[in-house]
Write a protein that binds this ligand. Structure first.
Ligand SMILES: *Cc1c(COP(=O)(O)O)cnc(C)c1O
Length: 388
C-alpha cells in the first residue's frame, strides 16, 4: 500500500466524462470567454432556482458576486452590514471591498447559523443590510431574518456558497433577499473550477451587477463579439473584471445537471456518519429543521477536549496521519489578525462562534466518494477518537 496515493483528499470534486467532453468541445469551438455556454449555464441556474432568465448573472467567484451585489444594492459608503462570525473570510472581505462596515452577530450554537436575536441586537441607525450565510448548507431562519429586514428597512444578501440545493419552507435559498450569491469553487457542491452566480429579485439590479462585473461596460458589451458583428459600447462606471468564462460554464452545466443525484449521495454518506458516530464523545451536526432541505455541504463534528480527552488540533493531525483529509469551517472571523488589528475585534466577543470554530472538524463529504472511502473515514474517526 502506498500511503501517499491512498490519501483521501478533503473536498475532492467529482468530475465526469460529460463535463470533460464539454470542456474539450468548448476549447475546440475556439470560444473560451464569456459566450454561449455561460448563457446556457445562467438559463439552467435560473430554472434551478425557479426565477426568470433576467434574474441571474454568472461571475467568476462568489466573492465577486457578493461584492457587486452590495454595490448594486446602492448602500451608501460606510454603512453597516450585519453578518456571521462563523464564515469564510470572503464574506467579510466582500463587505470591505464594497466600502461598507462589517458588524458581526453571533450564531446559534446548534444550527451554527446567524442568530436572528443577535441580528436585532446589532442593529444601529447606520445598519443597511444583513448578509446571512447558509452555513454548511443548512438554511438560515429566513422568516425571522426577513421580518427583521422589513421592520428596519434593510437589504438582505444571502451567501449561498454552501447551499445550492437548500430550500426553506419549499423556497430555494438565495431567492428570499434582494440577492443570493453562489460559489462554484472546486470544493463546493457544483464545481466550475472557479465561478459564482448572482440571483436577484430585481431585473434592473441584476443588469447593474452585469455592468459592474465587466468593467462597467454597457449591457451590450456581453454580446459585442457575437456573430451579429462588432458593436460599440460605452463605459458607464468604473467596474471590475469578474466575468465567467465558457470553459468554467462547460464544467458547471453538467455539474448542475447532477446536482440532485450528488445531493442524494451526500445525504446517504451523512446518514452513514450519523449512525457510525452516534456513540462517540463528539457532537454531531444538528438534525435538519422540518420543512427545509439541508444542502449537506459540510459534515462538521465538534471535538470538546474536556469531553473527548483530546484536542481538535490533535484530531486534525491524527486524521492526516491515518490518511484522511479534514477541514476546519471555520475559525471565527475575529481569530484572524487582520480583523483584530483593523477593528479591535477579539474572538471572545462572539463566544459561540469562537467555541464552534475551535472545536469543529469537517469530515470528507463528496459525491465522488466510494462506499470504501466512506468506510475508511469511519474507521479513521473510530481509530482517532476514543469511545466513551
Ligand atoms: C467559498 C465561500 C465563499 C467564496 O466563494 P468563492 O467562489 O471562492 O469566491 C464565500 N462564502 C462562503 C461561506 C464560502 O464558503
Amino acid at each position: 500500500m502506498e500511503p501517499s496515493s491512498q490519501f483521501l483528499v478533503f473536498g475532492a470534486p467529482q468530475i465526469e466524462e460529460a463535463e470533460i467532453d464539454e470542456v474539450i468541445a468548448c476549447l475546440r469551438s475556439g470560444w473560451l470567454g464569456t459566450g454561449p455556454r455561460v448563457a446556457r449555464f445562467e438559463a439552467d441556474f435560473a430554472e434551478h432556482c425557479g426565477v426568470g432568465p433576467a434574474q441571474v448573472a454568472a461571475v467568476n467567484s462568489c466573492t465577486a458576486a457578493l461584492h457587486v451585489s452590495m454595490l448594486a444594492a446602492d448602500i451608501e459608503p460606510g454603512a453597516e452590514v450585519i453578518t456571521t462570525p462563523l464564515t469564510f473570510c470572503a464574506t467579510v472581505n466582500a463587505i470591505l471591498h464594497a466600502g461598507l462596515q462589517p458588524v458581526l452577530a453571533d450564531v446559534d450554537p446548534q444550527t451554527q447559523n446567524i442568530d436572528p436575536a443577535a441580528i436585532e441586537a446589532a442593529i444601529t441607525p447606520r445598519t443597511r443590510a444583513i448578509l446571512p450565510v447558509h452555513f454548511a448548507g443548512r438554511p438560515c431562519d429566513m422568516d425571522a431574518i426577513m421580518a427583521i429586514a422589513r421592520k428596519h428597512d434593510l437589504v438582505v444578501i444571502e451567501d449561498c456558497a454552501h447551499a445550492v440545493e437548500a430550500t426553506y419552507h419549499g423556497q430555494p435559498v438565495g431567492t428570499f433577499g434582494e440577492f443570493g450569491c453562489f460559489s462554484f469553487y472546486v470544493t463546493k457542491n457544483v464545481v466550475a473550477g472557479e465561478g459564482g452566480m448572482i440571483v436577484g429579485r430585481n431585473e434592473e439590479q441584476i443588469a447593474r451587477t452585469r455592468i459592474l462585473a465587466l468593467h462597467g461596460m454597457s449591457k451590450d458589451a456581453w454580446h459585442r463579439f457575437s456573430d451579429s458583428g462588432y458593436r460599440h459600447y460605452q463605459v458607464m462606471e468604473c467596474g471590475f473584471k469578474y466575468n465567467m468564462m465558457d470553459i468554467q460554464a462547460a464544467l458547471g452545466l453538467h455539474q448542475l445537471a447532477r446536482v440532485d443525484r450528488n445531493w442524494q449521495r451526500r445525504a446517504a454518506i451523512w446518514h452513514c456518519y450519523d449512525e457510525a458516530f452516534a456513540g462517540l464523545p463528539i457532537t454531531l451536526p444538528a438534525m435538519p429543521e422540518a420543512n427545509t432541505r439541508h444542502g449537506r455541504h459540510l459534515y462538521t463534528v465538534m471535538v470538546d477536549s474536556s469531553r473527548c480527552g483530546i484536542s481538535r488540533d490533535f484530531v486534525l493531525e491524527a486524521m492526516t496521519t491515518v490518511g484522511v483529509g479534514t477541514g476546519v469551517h471555520y475559525m471565527s472571523i475575529p481569530e484572524h489578525s487582520y480583523y483584530q488589528q483593523r477593528f479591535g475585534w477579539t474572538p471572545e466577543r462572539w463566544p459561540r462562534a469562537m467555541k464552534l470554530g475551535r472545536e469543529t472538524v469537517s469530515l470528507p463529504l463528496s459525491a465522488g466518494m466510494s462506499d470504501k472511502d466512506v468506510e475508511r473515514v469511519i474507521d479513521a474517526v473510530r481509530e482517532v477518537i476514543p469511545s466513551e
